[in-house]
Design a protein around this ligand. Sequence first.
Ligand code: ZN
Length: 60
Amino acid sequence: MKRDLIEILACPVCRGSLSLSVAKEDDAEIIDGALECKKCPESYPIVGAIPNLLPPRSRP
Ligand SMILES: [Zn+2]
């Protein structure tokens, strides 16, 4: 994903803002890493440059 995307993404659970943790990146994109919510304990993986913003746990 593009680094700028962090500005427009929000946590799907609580709508809080996310912080970016980069494991691997190239000139244009973050390839692997995680998006961590600042408001709740959720985090979302970035795998193969695709952020997975599905809630990690199913909820009632
Ligand atoms: Zn959240």
